[in-house]
Design a protein around this ligand. Structure first.
Ligand SMILES: [Fe+2]
Ligand SMILES: [Fe+2]
Length: 157
């Protein structure tokens, strides 16, 4: 299904999120310092993912009725947003399980984008109706998070 005009900028943000995930993947494959990769993942979470999640929750989830919010894809989106927040502490910590924690972060990020593009966004497009979608678009366009992270250390190259 083609993404609606109204949600397009959130899909652009998903493209950027997957680009950041590729940087982390390449860093891990090349044996870059896990402390640096962990700091990058934390930076991505705070500067990009968390504002993106807030935008999704404010522009989309808050427009649903209580009953519509019970839809499994919506519940899963909210649960995964909480899991990303919970992961931050782990990304800060040193130790042997740094790499497994980064792997976990990557798989959650990919699964999350997939869930939203294949389940959550189609549900929103069907449920909000043209007027609700248009109001969501105004908020999304205003809150759009640019994909430049201000991060100098290109450990993936
Ligand atoms: Fe999300
Ligand atoms: Fe998203």
């Amino acid at each position: 299904m083609k993404r609606s005009e109204q949600l397009k900028k959130l899909s652009w943000e998903h493209h950027d999120a997957l680009k950041f995930a590729r940087h982390i993947r390449k860093g891990l494959e090349q044996g870059s310092d896990p402390a640096v990769i962990g700091a990058y993942a934390l930076h991505v979470t705070e500067k990009f993912l968390e504002p993106h999640f807030r935008l999704e929750e404010q522009a989309l989830v808050s427009r649903l009725t209580e009953a519509q919010r019970q839809e499994p894809s919506v519940q899963q989106v909210l649960e995964e947003h909480r899991r990303f927040r919970a992961m931050k502490e782990g990304l800060r910590q040193a130790g042997a399980d740094r790499v497994p924690r980064l792997e976990q972060f990557l798989s959650l990020l990919k699964a999350h984008v997939n869930l939203e593009e294949k389940g959550f966004f189609p549900f929103i497009e069907q449920t909000l109706g043209p007027e609700g979608l248009e109001r969501a678009r105004v908020e999304i366009d205003r809150g759009h998070i640019p994909g430049d992270l201000d991060w100098a250390q290109r450990f993936w190259e």
